[in-house]
Design a binder for this molecule. Structure first.
Ligand code: MG
Length: 269
């Protein structure tokens, strides 16, 4: 099931997106969104009679993390190598503030403090329930679903600051969407789902989730051994190789096989 958050110009609401994805992760033209009563993270799936053509609504970030977005650094060996770094012995964690989250089509705002802002296409895991010290074998139980993230990073500030808060924490530096897919299994990603990033239509990242060093259950176990996870918290699972700069006016689109695609343009702040 694909759960989206959207607006028709009125208050945001949640809905279930129905329709088939083509090979580019785009839905067919007659896709519809069926409205839900309330936030399914808290009230479950309650379908309403109301529905809209997907083309007639504006999708919003499918989740607003109440507490945190947890990023994982260097979780693909080829990306660690392109950064001139070793693969970490344990998952390398950082936080992005929930104020960095924006939705599909929202602008990524290029901050004046940086002159080297990069895209990082990533699979994102949305947590479904409050949890702490989750064992690897129980990790699937706490997953609400999966979406796509762009872990936007001011590379120059990241290198200069050493720690990542400023470089990854600007408003609009965490596009999420287009919806949350609840029917996939962590094992689907171990087997490999293609993660591709397009910059102005050209492929710049083309990786597979099979190449993650730490898989999703291991990441949930690791993160939850440090901090309690709340419903709606998001874990970004790391980016494949091929990161690079974006400029004002560029469009970056990330697609993940079976999930869909997330597109945003870069604008000056
Ligand atoms: Mg990243």
């Amino acid at each position: 099931m694909r759960i989206a958050r959207f607006t028709t110009g009125e208050d945001p609401q949640y809905g279930v997106v129905a329709g088939d994805l083509d090979e580019h992760g785009q839905l067919d033209d007659d896709a519809v969104i069926i409205s839900l009563a309330g936030d399914p993270l808290y009230v479950g799936i309650k379908l309403l009679e109301e529905q809209h053509k997907l083309a007639d609504v504006r999708l919003l970030a499918p989740v607003l993390p109440r507490s945190k977005v947890v990023g994982i650094g260097r979780n693909y060996a080829a990306h660690a190598a392109e950064m001139g770094s070793d693969v970490p012995a344990e998952p390398l964690m950082f936080l992005k503030p929930n104020t960095s989250v924006v939705g599909p089509g929202d602008p990524i705002l290029y901050p004046p403090q940086s002159s080297n802002v990069h895209y990082e296409g990533e699979l994102a895991v949305v947590i479904g329930r409050i949890c702490r010290d989750v064992p690897v074998e129980k990790a699937t139980d706490v997953i609400h679903g999966y979406t796509i993230a762009n872990d936007v990073t001011a590379r120059d500030l990241q290198k200069g600051d050493v720690q990542f808060t400023r470089a990854k924490g600007f408003d609009s530096f965490c596009p999420l969407g287009p919806w949350i897919e609840t029917d996939l299994d962590p094992d689907d990603f171990n087997k490999g789902r293609r993660v591709q990033t397009y910059l102005n239509g050209d492929v710049v990242q083309d990786g597979s989730t099979a190449d993650m060093i730490f898989d999703i259950p291991s990441l949930i176990a690791h993160v939850s051994s440090v901090m309690t996870l709340l419903p709606g918290d998001v874990i970004l699972t790391g980016t494949p190789e091929g990161v690079g700069p974006m400029e004002v006016g560029d469009e970056v689109e990330i697609s993940i096989e079976g999930l869909g695609s997330l597109a945003n343009k870069v604008a000056s702040r």
